[in-house]
Ligand binder design. Structure first.
Ligand code: BG6
Length: 497
C-alpha cells in the first residue's frame, strides 16, 4: 500500500505530550521525518513538544537531531542518515511548550498557539506515562481544546498501555468519553501500523481462494507467536509491574488474531472493520479459573548464553514472579472457528526474533503413502511472517526426484523484499498520517480494547490465586511446560526461524 500517489495530510498543530521521552525520539520523530520525505505533510503542519523541562523550539529540534544521527538512534525503521535539507525544513516546523501537565496554564498556552492558526486543527498526542492520560484528557476538556464547533478538528492519540486490566481500561474509556466523543479518540496499537499486519486483511479478502478453506472444516489450529531476543532493556520497573501477558496479548497478539479470524467487513471503513474485530475478540471463550490455569503457561528467563537472568536486570525485584513468557490456548466460540484452538505465545530473550502466524491445516484424509518412507504426511502450514522476514509461505509435500517414493517438505512463498522496494519505516508513519486525515480504521475503538481485556482477565485472576512461573534459560524458546500445552492436544509448536 504505497503512499506515493497519496495527497499531503491537512494542516494541523501536532502537540507531543511527553516530548522528552523515548517514544518521541525513537519512533514519532523518525516517522514524521519519513512522512515529510514522502511529501505527506502539509506546509502548515506544526510540531509542538510539550513537557515540564525548559527548552526552546530550536533546542527541542537540536536534541532530536543529535539523537537521530547518533550511534544509539535505535528504533527500527529510523532513517539510516538524515538529509540535512529535509531535516532543516522539518526543524523549522518545530516548537516547544514548557509546562506542567497538571497546570491549567499549560493548556491556555496551547490554546493561544491554536488560535494563531487559520485552520484551528489540533492533535494532542499523549506519549506520556499512562498515569497522565486521564489527567491530560480532563484538562484538555476543561480548557475547551476538544471543542470542534469552531470548524477545526480536535483529536487525541492515546498510547499503550491502555489500562492494566478490564476495570482500569473501562475506567479510562469512561474518563475520555466524558470530555470527547469516540470519533476524536485514536487509541494506538503500533502493530496495526505494520505493513504485514495490514496485508493480512488485504490478502484474505482480495484473494477469493483463501475464503474457501478459511474455516474449521480445513484448519486444524492456529499459532500466533511474537518471539523477541531482547530482554527488558531499560524498562525493568515498567515491565516488572506489567509482565508479558499484559504487555503483548490483549493488544498486539489479539490484533493478529483478529486479522486472521474476523469475518469479512462489509466495507474497508473504520466502523465495519472495527465492528468485526470487536465481534471476534468478544467471541473468545472466557475460561473459568481451573481452565485458565490449565490453558496457560508462564515463564521467566534465568541467566543463559552469557545473558543475565530477569531478576538480575536493572529495576527488577530480586524475587520477582513476573512472567517474561506466556503461552495460552484460547477458543473462539463462533460458527467459523468452533473447535479450532488458537495457541498464542510471546516471550523476551528467546532464541530468535520472529513474529508469525502459523495456520495449520488438517491432514490429508487418507494415508495412501503408508508404505513410503514418510508414513504420515506432515500437516500443511501457511506461515504469515510479520517480522523480520516479511512474507507468506505455504508448506507443501512434494515427491523427491528419484526411483523411490519419498516425500519432502517444500515451500511456496512470497517475500516482501522480492516484490516491493521497502523504504525504512517505523510503522508510525501510517498511523500518524491516518490520524491527520481522520481515518480511524487502524485505531482501537473502546469496545475492541475492552473485549481484549475481558478475554485475558480470567488468566490474570487465576494467576493471582496460584499457578507456577516456570524457568527458561535466556536464549531458549520458553519453558518446556509450554511444549506440553500442545503435546497434550497431539500438536507441536511451529519451529521458530
Ligand atoms: C511493545 C512492548 O508494545 O511492543 C514491548 O511494550 C515489545 O515490550 C514491543 O518489545 C514489540 O514490538 P515490535 O514492533 O518490536 O514487535
Amino acid at each position: 500500500m504505497s503512499k506515493r500517489q497519496t495527497p499531503a495530510a491537512p494542516p494541523c498543530t501536532l502537540f507531543l505530550f511527553g516530548a522528552s521521552g523515548d517514544l518521541v525520539k525513537r519512533l514519532l520523530m523518525p516517522a514524521l521525518y519519513n512522512l515529510s520525505r514522502d511529501g505527506l505533510l502539509d506546509r502548515n503542519l506544526r510540531i509542538v513538544g510539550v513537557d515540564h523541562n525548559e527548552a526552546t523550539g530550536e533546542q527541542f529540534a537540536e536534541r532530536l537531531h543529535a539523537f537521530m544521527v547518533g550511534r544509539d538512534k535505535g528504533g527500527e525503521g529510523a532513517p539510516n542518515s538524515l538529509d540535512p535539507e529535509l531535516w532543516g525544513r522539518l526543524a523549522k516546523r518545530m516548537d516547544y511548550q514548557t509546562g506542567d501537565f497538571l497546570d491549567p496554564a499549560t493548556y491556555q498556552a496551547l490554546a493561544k498557539r491554536i488560535d494563531k492558526t487559520r485552520h484551528g486543527n489540533a492533535i494532542f498526542y499523549l506519549a506520556t506515562s499512562p498515569r497522565f492520560f486521564p489527567e491530560v484528557a480532563q484538562r484538555l476538556g476543561e480548557a475547551g481544546l476538544l471543542d470542534e464547533s469552531g470548524g477545526g478538528f480536535r483529536r487525541v492519540v492515546v498510547e499503550k498501555p491502555f489500562g492494566t486490566d478490564l476495570a482500569s481500561a473501562e475506567a479510562l474509556n469512561a474518563c475520555l468519553l466524558k470530555v470527547m466523543n469516540e470519533q476524536q479518540i485514536y487509541r494506538i496499537d503500533h502493530y496495526l501500523g505494520k505493513e504485514t499486519v495490514q496485508n493480512i486483511l488485504v490478502s484474505r479478502f482480495s484473494n477469493g481462494l483463501f475464503e474457501s478453506f478459511w474455516n474449521n472444516h480445513y484448519i486444524d489450529h492456529v499459532q500466533i507467536t511474537a518471539a523477541e531476543t531482547v530482554g527488558v532493556e531499560t524498562r525493568g520497573a515498567f515491565y516488572d509491574s506489567t509482565g508479558a501477558l499484559r504487555d503483548m496479548v490483549p493488544n498486539h497478539l489479539f490484533q493478529l488474531l483478529a486479522m486472521v479470524a474476523m469475518e469479512p467487513p462489509a466495507a474497508f471503513g473504520a466502523d465495519a472493520v472495527r465492528g468485526e474485530k470487536a465481534k471476534v475478540i468478544g467471541a473468545i471463550r472466557p475460561w473459568n479459573s481451573k481452565m485458565a490455569l490449565k490453558n496457560s503457561v508462564r515463564g521467566q528467563y534465568t541467566a543463559g548464553k552469557r545473558l543475565p537472568g530477569y531478576r538480575d536486570e536493572d529495576n527488577v525485584d530480586k524475587d520477582s514472579h513476573t512472567e517474561t513468557y506466556v503461552a495460552l490456548k484460547v477458543m473462539i466460540d463462533n460458527w467459523r472457528w468452533a473447535g479450532v484452538p488458537f495457541y498464542l505465545r510471546t516471550g523476551k530473550r528467546m532464541s530468535v526474533r520472529d513474529t508469525e502466524i502459523a495456520i495449520c491445516f488438517k491432514p490429508a484424509p487418507y494415508a495412501q503413502f503408508r508404505e513410503s518412507a514418510l508414513e504420515r504426511p506432515k500437516p500443511n502450514y501457511l506461515k504469515i511472517q510479520i517480522q523480520p522476514n516479511e512474507g507468506m509461505w505455504f508448506d507443501l509435500q512434494a515427491k523427491r526426484p528419484g526411483p523411490e517414493l519419498v516425500m519432502e517438505n517444500v515451500e511456496l512463498g512470497f517475500a516482501y523484499k522480492d516484490f516491493f522496494k521497502m523504504t525504512p519505516a517505523t510503522g508510525y508513519e501510517t498511523l500518524i498520517y491516518d490520524c491527520l486525515t481522520g481515518d480511524q480504521t487502524l485505531f482501537q475503538r473502546a469496545d475492541n480494547i475492552e473485549n481484549g481485556w475481558r478475554a485475558v482477565q480470567p488468566f490474570l485472576d487465576a494467576w493471582a490465586k496460584g499457578g507456577e512461573v516456570h524457568e527458561y534459560a535466556a536464549g531458549e524458546d520458553g519453558p518446556t511446560a509450554a511444549d506440553e500445552l500442545l503435546v497434550r492436544d497431539k500438536r507441536e509448536w511451529h519451529r521458530l526461524q
